[in-house]
Design a protein around this ligand. Structure first.
Ligand code: AIR
Length: 207
């Protein structure tokens, strides 16, 4: 069996396995190339910030109730893999997919949205030039999307969607927002206390 067929089979096997939904990943993160990872890691970072764990081949059911999985799936280099990933998403327990792609033909998010429907897909244009390709869907074929590169927000949006059925996630989202308020107030107080030059000198030293 070829390497791609073996990966496709693993998705199809997981789709028919009788696994408890609490043990399967809730969010799928996919990207067109591993060169997208520096941008797409924001989705990972947001979900980890909210207490999600990453399910890996070695640790498919990590501790904690909420988890996500990450794969590279190219719409143009591996169309069969994209189809199998999206088609099996619901049966594998995924409730939301975050899909990112770059270039002018960033078709992974929009094609995944059509195939995985009604599982919601949050599209991440990895580059500015990918925005039109990601969001330009015809009526009746929905996708939600973030601005170019804003994968952290895609992670937050995925958690917001899941929070509809999981009040504990709602609480984590509220706590996260409160931490942002604290960060702004702390920066504001320090800037006003120290003055701009001292603030910048200390901030530069940190980098
Ligand atoms: N891509 C990969 N397969 C289909 C598409 N559209 C995108 C990737 C990446 C860009 O092409 O999402 O942003 C360049 O990929 P690479 O692998 O050449 O670095």
């Amino acid at each position: 069996m070829s390497a791609v067929d073996s990966l496709i089979s693993s998705f199809r096997d997981a789709a028919v396995a009788d696994t408890d939904s609490a043990s399967t990943p809730d969010v799928g993160i996919i990207m067109g190339s591993d060169s997208d990872l520096p941008v797409m890691r924001g989705a990972h970072d947001a979900l980890v910030e909210l207490g999600f764990s990453e399910a890996t081949a070695e640790d498919p059911d990590p501790t904690g109730r909420f988890s996500f999985e990450s794969f590279v799936v190219s719409a143009h280099r591996t169309p069969d893999l994209m189809y199998a990933y999206a088609e099996t998403a619901a049966d594998r327990g995924l409730e939301v997919i975050i899909a990112g792609a770059g270039g002018k033909s960033a078709d992974l998010p929009n094609m995944t949205a059509s195939i995985a429907y009604p599982v919601p897909v949050i599209g991440v244009p990895v580059q500015e030039k990918s925005v039109d390709s990601v969001i330009g869907m015809p009526t009746g074929a929905p996708i939600v999307a973030v601005d170019a590169g804003k994968s952290f927000n895609a992670g937050l949006s995925a958690a917001q969607m899941l929070a509809v059925g999981h009040p504990e996630l709602r609480n984590r989202l509220v706590a996260y927002q409160e931490s942002l308020v604290e960060d702004v107030v702390a920066a504001s107080r320090r800037l006003h206390a120290e003055g701009t030059e001292s603030y910048l000198a200390r901030t530069d030293n940190r980098n």
